[in-house]
Design a protein around this ligand. Structure first.
Ligand code: SF4
Ligand code: SF4
Length: 229
């Protein structure tokens, strides 16, 4: 590197010029739009997610869901292929004997740690019975006060399938925002200091409905805490 390059001054100035050029161009266009000129020229805007959202492509990879049998029980047979394929090792399954002798096993516990998940979709590819999909059209949850808040349980993953079937694409997003609002109000409520994290509070009652042949709800485990990761 030359002395000039090692000073980085030229690159810093070039960066500042680019930022300021965009700023001035957008400011001028927004002012022109406000007074009725240059409507055909688009100015850059920040999408105010989640109030505004861009249209998602058909193949969009959203948060996971566990698909259901016709009787609303979980389709997953706890074969562990998804957990084996997962490069981030963020799927945790505990298998139990299924009450129906025609089905060997089902997951007593099925958890995805979304802090570790890289949304690669290999779990979906690996599943031999179409028991897990990533077509919910919702982003991963981005708020929480505790690492356990980001672990998605079997109940939540099953519930997304019911909402998708009942309400379509917008259903899970609507539920997520509604729950976020409720939890935000509760967590900042000085009259309820016992509610410190999302995890310590009640989950939406619908998540507790595990479907036919399922076990009672098992709380998520914070494996970051156990493994020290
Ligand atoms: S999307 Fe990828 S990283 Fe996430 S749970 Fe599936 S296999 Fe693992
Ligand atoms: S989701 Fe599919 S691959 Fe994963 S344990 Fe269940 S049946 Fe097996």
């Amino acid at each position: 590197m030359t002395l000039w390059e090692r000073l980085y001054l030229g690159e810093v100035l070039r960066g500042l010029a680019t930022v300021n050029a965009h700023f001035v161009r957008n400011l001028a266009l927004h002012i022109a739009h406000a007074i009725g000129f240059a409507k055909a020229r688009k100015a850059m805007t920040t999408v105010q997610y989640p109030d505004e959202r861009k249209p998602y492509a058909e193949g969009y990879r959203g948060s996971h869901r566990l698909t259901l049998r016709p009787d609303s029980s979980v389709r997953c047979t706890a074969c562990f292929l998804c957990a084996t394929a997962c490069p981030a090792q963020c799927i945790y399954i505990e298998a139990g004997a299924h009450p129906d002798p025609a089905v060997e096993k089902f997951p007593l516990r099925y958890e995805i740690d979304t802090l570790q998940c890289i949304y690669c979709g290999l779990c979906v590819e690996a599943c031999p019975c179409d028991a897990i999909r990533m077509d919910t059209y919702v982003h991963p949850r981005v708020w929480g006060f505790d690492r356990k808040d980001f672990i998605e349980t079997k109940q939540q993953l099953m519930h997304r399938s019911r909402v998708l079937a009942a309400e379509g694409r917008e259903g899970n997003m609507r539920e997520m925002l509604q729950w976020y609002d409720e939890q935000s109000r509760a967590v900042y409520n000085p009259l309820r200091p016992e509610l410190k994290t999302y995890t310590e509070r009640d989950q939406p009652p619908a998540w507790k409905d595990d479907g036919a042949g399922a076990a009672p709800e098992i709380p998520a485990i914070d494996r970051h805490h156990l493994t020290g990761k």
